[in-house]
Design a binder for this molecule. Structure first.
Ligand code: HEM
Ligand SMILES: *[C@@H]1O[C@H](CO)[C@@H](O)[C@H](O)[C@H]1NC(C)=O
Ligand SMILES: *[C@@H]1O[C@H](CO)[C@@H](O)[C@H](O)[C@H]1NC(C)=O
Ligand SMILES: *[C@@H]1O[C@H](CO)[C@@H](O)[C@H](O)[C@H]1NC(C)=O
Ligand SMILES: *[C@@H]1O[C@H](CO)[C@@H](O)[C@H](O)[C@H]1NC(C)=O
Length: 317
């Protein structure tokens, strides 16, 4: 009896172990080492968005730009050192990414509560989820246990983060490069239901493309001239810029996507079907967004004894 019980637990442990090795990350990762970690991040995000309504969108984007460059390892958060160039100044990031101060503030609180425990990569993963929830989007349980890189790679950021000039097939292969599906690509683009883009990012679309509503293009041209005003901002979702909803897809159906890459998703090709579904069924979009965010957050994490837990998200220990 005792013997078979013991055997049972050994087998159970093996199963649990193999699951955790396979899954690598786990939702309870900090439950004994930093039980308040999730609350600290959530409060840090809420406080930051109350001060700056846009900054949650910026944090969501930081997580994306972190994960697409050598996996979700906090590499984007590192400043220049004498041995590498920061990803912050890569083409898709320079004069565009923001929210680093919010990450610093959250890290400071976490280091007070449990020094050396919670990684910067995990702060981004949790902060992205909490931002989506704050703006009214779906909740999901974030898998945790990522560790931080000791290095960054500017040329990898240039190579792997998709520019808004891409067509549908190139967007698809860009996501495939990091192990994400066509569906993940269409779903995750729905993040453009919040936040802003600069004139320089949408200028070619409003002057050169034909798949854009004429009066929408015209009104944007008033704000974003053919040259100059590169940094002028427009909302990615012209209807509800601070609401995480499915208006992004509704906008695409009436040719009011802001970026060239956005409108590629509804342009008489195979993405149209998904856009129609998400535009008519917000619940489907929310469920799929949660799933695809987990897929994105699973890209190539550092675990075990790889990497480190940075004390300051801006520099290697
Ligand atoms: C499909 C390929 C994608 C392209 C080509 C793309 C491109 C862009 C561009 C050009 C901007 C504006 C940057 C600026 O002008 O400063 C932007 C903003 C943004 N992107 Fe994407 N993006 C893509 C996918 C994603 C994904 C997967 C997410 C997150 C899951 C995301 C989240 C955001 C957010 C939230 C903003 C607004 C940030 C802010 O207001 O600070 N994007 N994106
Ligand atoms: C980033 O932008 C700044 C300010 O516009 C510019 O001076 C700098 O050369 C840019 N960095 C890179 C690497 O392109
Ligand atoms: C940085 O990324 C580029 C492009 O992916 C790659 O060719 C290069 O080997 C990387 N550098 C380092 C030091 O890993
Ligand atoms: C886009 O995809 C085509 C093949 O479909 C390829 O020839 C081209 O080099 C790609 N362009 C970019 C910018 O990746
Ligand atoms: C429009 O396309 C032309 C021809 O490719 C190019 O020279 C021009 O710079 C583009 N204009 C904008 C605003 O992107």
């Amino acid at each position: 009896m005792a013997c078979s019980k013991k055997l049972y637990f050994i087998v159970l442990n093996l199963i649990v172990l193999s699951l955790s090795v396979h899954g690598k990350l786990s939702i309870n990762f900090y439950s004994s080492t930093c039980p308040n970690a999730l609350n600290i991040v959530k409060q840090g995000i809420a406080k930051a968005i109350k001060k700056d309504a846009r900054v949650g969108a910026s944090i969501l984007r930081l997580h994306f730009h972190d994960c697409f460059v050598n996996g979700c390892d906090g590499s984007l958060l590192l400043d220049d050192t004498s041995t590498f160039q920061s990803e912050k100044t890569a083409r898709p990031n320079n004069n565009s990414v923001r929210g680093f101060g919010v990450v610093d503030d959250i890290k400071t609180s976490l280091e007070k509560a449990c020094p050396g425990v919670v990684s910067c990569a995990d702060i981004l993963a949790i902060g992205a989820r909490d931002s989506v929830v704050y703006y009214g989007g779906p909740f999901w349980k974030v898998r945790l246990g990522r560790r931080d890189s000791r290095t960054a790679n500017r040329s990898a950021a240039n190579a792997f983060i998709p520019p808004p000039s891409l067509d549908l097939n190139n967007l698809t292969s860009n996501f495939a490069n990091v192990g994400l599906s066509f569906k993940d690509m269409v779903v995750l683009s729905g993040a453009h239901t919040i936040g802003f883009a600069r004139c320089v990012s949408f200028r070619p679309h409003i002057y050169n493309d034909t798949n854009i509503d004429a009066s929408f293009a015209k009104s944007l041209q008033q704000k974003c001239p053919r040259s100059g005003n590169d940094a002028v901002l427009q909302p990615l979702d012209y209807q509800t810029r601070f609401r995480f909803d499915n208006n992004y897809y509704k906008n695409l159906m009436v040719k009011k996507g802001l970026l060239h890459s956005d409108q590629q998703l509804y342009n008489g090709n195979k993405a149209d079907k998904l856009v129609l579904r998400f535009a008519s069924k917000p619940g489907h979009f929310f469920a799929e967004f949660a799933k695809s965010m987990i897929n994105m957050a699973n890209i190539n994490p550092l675990t075990g004894s790889n990497g480190e837990i940075r004390r300051n998200c801006r520099k290697p220990n």
